[in-house]
Design a protein. Sequence first.
Length: 264
Amino acid sequence: MNFTGKTLWITGASSGIGRAVAIEFSLKGCHLILSSRKMEDLEEVAQICKKNGSTTVVVPFDLGDPESIRKAANSVFENEKNIEGLYHFGGISQRSYASETSIDVDRKIFEVNFFGTIELTKKVLPAMIKNGGGQIGVTSSIVGKFGFPYRSSYAATKHALHGFFESLRAENVSNKVLVSMIIPGRIKTNISVNALDKDGNTHNKMDEGQDKGLSAEKTARIIVKQLEKEKKEILVGGSELIMVHIRRFLPRLYYYLSTKVEPL
């Protein structure tokens, strides 16, 4: 995948991994569509990307609002003939036990992480197919591979994304639509700070493990390099990634460890 001159749409581009990936892409000489809910932060990222030699368009919208997604997609396709890459980094995490979490919070996490992501994909995919293919990058998590305490609905949304996009990949091989599942471990971003608690309030606390995680900038360099290689799964993080392999090859050990790991 050669990104030079390509039109790439990145969600969650105002902060964290999405911001870092947008800036990393901008070094390739792309045309970038930058989205999140935060217009001011997007404008700041856009200025950095322009200095790096890429053109940018800022299209704010809310992944949790279907009408907002539709308006954003309509706005983009009024001006863009083709989207050659769609990269999903928008989302929200969780810090609460399943037994204590309001069903409304569960639904909100699904609306943002799953339904918002697939709705935007469904808006972009037909044009991508019509124009000969493209690449879709979807941010999951290592808890998209296994369950983990304090993350029940968050983990469920990530499992759901794997099921949906692996199916989409299989359906569209002949259409030359590439799908990469991006699977971060502990990355130093504000995802834990902005996570929802059992009542839907902001967790407002940085996880200790995450605070020691890989930087968003280094993460972005790894992700973009792997996207260039068209990798179907992109694992990125530190020693915590071993849990993915333990779950796959040593399930009994995983079942033991998952009850012993501190959720925060």
